[in-house]
Design a protein around this ligand. Structure first.
Ligand SMILES: [Zn+2]
Length: 184
């Protein structure tokens, strides 16, 4: 098995002080940076929410289920990776959501237009460890899509942060049904 680390949406707007802050986001950024520095993974990629005009994904009166405050707008500080993460740490970055909501990193494309699944296969990857923000939204969707695409998927839950930490049981159930495992 060749396992890649997939770091989902660890961006300023999803961390403390951001427009759609998730408690624990900054700690995820620090802990993921330490994991990358440990050299455990030969292949490390990032996904980024990358909005231009995503329609009803943004709302002045968000329901925090299908609509959200403005976040991760292209060209803003909020869209950038949360320090100490930075683009140079990643073998490739996949951008998603320019003109519509996109929760899964598998909806993203690299700057050269390659989708995440194709890129991973081209690099001989057959398993992914998924971490990032938010556990119950973009990490959830990325893990499920990864399993659908035929990758062995593990979620590093201690390296995630959730919008609703008390509501994760149904998410864990969905992952289990899809064959997604949780790291120790
Ligand atoms: Zn978004």
């Amino acid at each position: 098995m060749t396992t890649a680390l997939v770091v989902v949406d660890v961006q300023n707007d999803f961390c403390e002080g951001g427009s759609l802050a998730v408690v624990g986001g900054t700690k995820v950024a620090e802990d993921v940076a330490a994991l990358i520095a440990s050299g455990t993974y030969d292949t490390v990629v990032a996904t980024r929410d990358h909005h231009i005009d995503p329609g009803t994904h943004f709302s002045e009166t968000p329901d925090f289920v299908d609509s959200w405050p403005r976040h991760c707008v292209v060209g803003t500080e909020g869209e950038k990776l949360r320090a100490p993460l930075e683009p140079g740490l990643f073998d490739e970055t996949f951008f998603k959501g320019e003109y519509e909501a996109a929760y899964s990193g598998f909806e993203g494309s690299s700057a050269s237009g390659t989708g995440l699944a194709d890129w991973l296969r081209q690099h001989g990857v057959d398993a992914i460890d998924v971490c990032g923000i938010a556990t119950d939204h973009c990490v959830r969707a990325t893990a499920l899509d990864g399993a659908r695409e035929g990758f062995a998927v593990r979620v590093l839950e201690s390296l995630t942060a959730a919008v609703s930490p008390d509501g994760l049981e149904p998410v864990r159930h969905e992952w289990a049904q899809a064959g997604v495992t949780l790291a120790e």
